[in-house]
Design a protein around this ligand. Structure first.
Ligand code: GDP
Length: 207
C-alpha cells in the first residue's frame, strides 16, 4: 500500500554536490546514463557564482578563467545518477579562431548527442541579455529540442522596475520557442530566484 511519502517527489540535495571529473572532449565525459543539467554562459555572466550559490560550496566551480586555456566540461555529482555540468565559458574576445571552432563543435555536439542531458541553464547578465553568443547557444539548444531555462543574473545590480522590464522583454523574445524556454531573474549575491532555479532542476532531474 502506498504511504504519503511514496507519492512525494524525490527532491535533490544540492548541498551534497561534489566534483566528479573534467572532460576536454565528449569521449572523456562520464557514462551517458542517468540525468544531467548543464550550465552555460558568457564568461563573467555569473555562472560560477550561481553554481556556488546553488550548492552552498564556494570552492566548487572555481575553474580557470584565463582565455585560451584548455576549455573543460566540469562534471559534478548530485546523486548516484544525477549530475550538474559546468560548460566552458564563452565570449572571450581574444580567443584564437581554432579554439573558437573547437569550442563550437564541442558545445553543438554535446547538446545534440548527450542522451542524459535533461536541460540547459543559460546564464546572462540581466543588464544585457541575449547577446550573439547567447543566441548561438540557444539556437543549438533549440535544434536539439533541449529544454532551456534562462537565468538573468546579477539582478541585484538593477532597480526592480528596469529588471522586470528586461525580464518581460526576454520573455516575449522566447515566446517563439513555445514552452521549451523559460526565464527568471537571479542573484547569487542576494539569493534572488534560488527556489525557482531549484524547482526547475528538480523537475528536470526527478520527473
Ligand atoms: P563566470 O565567469 O560566469 O563564472 O562569472 P562569476 O561567477 O565569476 O562572476 C563574475 C563577476 O560577477 C564576479 O566579480 C562576481 O562577483 C560577480 N557576480 C556574480 N554573480 C553576482 C550577483 O548575483 N550579484 C552581483 N552584484 N555580482 C555578481
Amino acid at each position: 500500500m502506498n504511504t504519503p511519502q511514496d507519492d512525494s517527489p524525490r527532491l535533490l540535495n544540492f548541498r551534497a554536490t561534489s566534483f566528479l571529473i573534467s572532460a576536454a572532449k565528449i569521449s572523456q565525459c562520464p557514462d551517458d546514463s542517468g540525468g544531467e543539467v548543464a550550465f552555460a554562459g558568457r564568461s563573467n555572466a555569473g555562472k560560477s557564482s550561481a553554481i556556488n550559490c546553488l550548492t552552498g560550496n564556494k570552492k566548487l566551480a572555481r575553474t580557470s578563467k584565463t582565455p585560451g586555456r584548455t576549455q573543460l566540461l566540469n562534471f559534478f555529482s548530485l546523486s548516484e545518477d544525477c549530475r550538474l555540468v559546468d560548460l566552458p565559458g564563452y565570449g572571450f574576445a581574444k580567443v584564437p579562431e581554432k579554439i573558437k571552432r573547437d569550442w563550437n563543435r564541442l558545445m553543438e555536439n554535446y547538446l545534440k548527442y548527450r542522451q542524459s542531458l535533461r536541460g540547459l541553464i543559460l546564464l546572462m547578465d540581466c543588464r544585457h541579455p541575449l547577446q550573439p553568443f547567447d543566441q548561438q547557444m540557444l539556437a543549438w539548444a533549440m535544434a536539439a529540442q533541449m529544454p532551456t531555462h534562462i537565468l538573468l543574473t546579477k539582478s541585484d545590480k538593477m532597480k526592480k522596475g528596469p529588471a522586470k522590464a528586461n525580464l518581460l522583454a526576454v520573455s516575449s523574445e522566447i515566446e517563439v520557442y513555445g514552452g521549451l524556454v523559460s526565464v527568471q531573474l537571479f542573484s547569487a549575491e542576494k539569493n534572488i530566484g534560488l527556489s525557482e532555479l531549484t524547482e526547475t532542476l528538480n523537475f528536470w532531474l526527478t520527473t
